[in-house]
Design a protein around this ligand. Structure first.
Ligand SMILES: [Zn+2]
Length: 133
């Protein structure tokens, strides 16, 4: 799944997210201490990175997106992430943002890779329905 750049309707870049469930309006972010401590960052640098991260998350939520975070340890099991996602997905929210594929730079709804993934998702869903019913 390509990463997605999220911009305000006016075109200001807020950030590139690890995962986006565009239909549910949920951003998924893999957390890790390494992200903040890499290259022997000083305490001050770490503080600045944490602040920048907070600002970035606020940018996402200001656009109407929900944010789900997880640590590397949680990613191994996945159960907790799934619960968190379910809780965040909830009723449809109105998202007012430009979503752009980081690979082809096209809007998400015009990205060929996204279209392929959507087809694949539909196929999996159909397969699942066949097996269950
Ligand atoms: Zn693309």
């Amino acid at each position: 799944m390509p990463q997605v750049d999220i911009l305000t309707p006016a075109g200001r870049h807020i950030g590139r997210c690890d995962v986006l469930w565009s239909r549910e309006g949920v951003v998924g972010e893999a957390d890790g201490v390494a992200k903040y401590l890499e290259d022997g960052a000083s305490e001050q640098q770490v503080g600045r990175r944490l602040l920048a991260e907070e600002e970035r998350q606020r940018g996402f939520t200001d656009l109407g997106l929900a944010v789900v975070r997880w640590t590397p340890r949680e990613a191994i099991d996945g159960g907790e992430i799934h619960t968190r996602f379910q809780r965040s997905a909830g009723p449809p929210r109105s998202v007012d943002a430009i979503l752009r594929c980081s690979c082809c730079r096209r809007r998400l709804d015009e990205c060929g890779v996204e279209a392929e993934i959507a087809t694949w998702r539909r196929m999996v869903a159909q397969e699942f329905t066949r097996k269950v019913w």
